[in-house]
Design a protein around this ligand. Structure first.
Ligand SMILES: [Zn+2]
Length: 111
């Protein structure tokens, strides 16, 4: 990439949920997205969380192929499952203005 990204890096490590302000751990998924998990380990959770050698928090969803935490992974709940503040409703697209939708066939186009 020729230019550095203008976006701030995603949060990583202990932080707060932006909705309910509870303490969470921001971890990075395999798709390099930030995911908030509850800070306490929870054997019922489905997110395997570990810290790499540089202290970065990484999270992996348990899959059928790798259904148990491995090495230094610990299970956590994803915070979205326990967040007390419901997700904001998705913004609805305003109804399209009822202008012309299609084009009347032109009889001269036939044949
Ligand atoms: Zn929350």
């Amino acid at each position: 990439m020729p230019y550095p990204s203008t976006y701030p890096p995603p949060p990583n490590g202990p932080g707060y949920c932006p909705r309910c302000l509870e303490v969470v751990i921001w971890a990075t998924t395999v798709n390099r997205r930030a995911l908030a998990v509850d800070p306490e380990r929870d054997p019922k959770g489905n997110q395997a969380v570990r810290q790499d050698a540089t202290g970065r928090w990484l999270v992996r969803q348990l899959t059928r192929e790798r259904p148990v935490p491995e090495h230094d992974e610990h299970l956590h709940m994803p915070h979205v499952a326990t967040c007390k503040v419901p997700a904001p409703p998705k913004p609805r697209r305003p109804a399209a203005p009822r202008h012309r939708r299609g084009v009347r066939p032109n009889p001269r186009w036939g044949r």
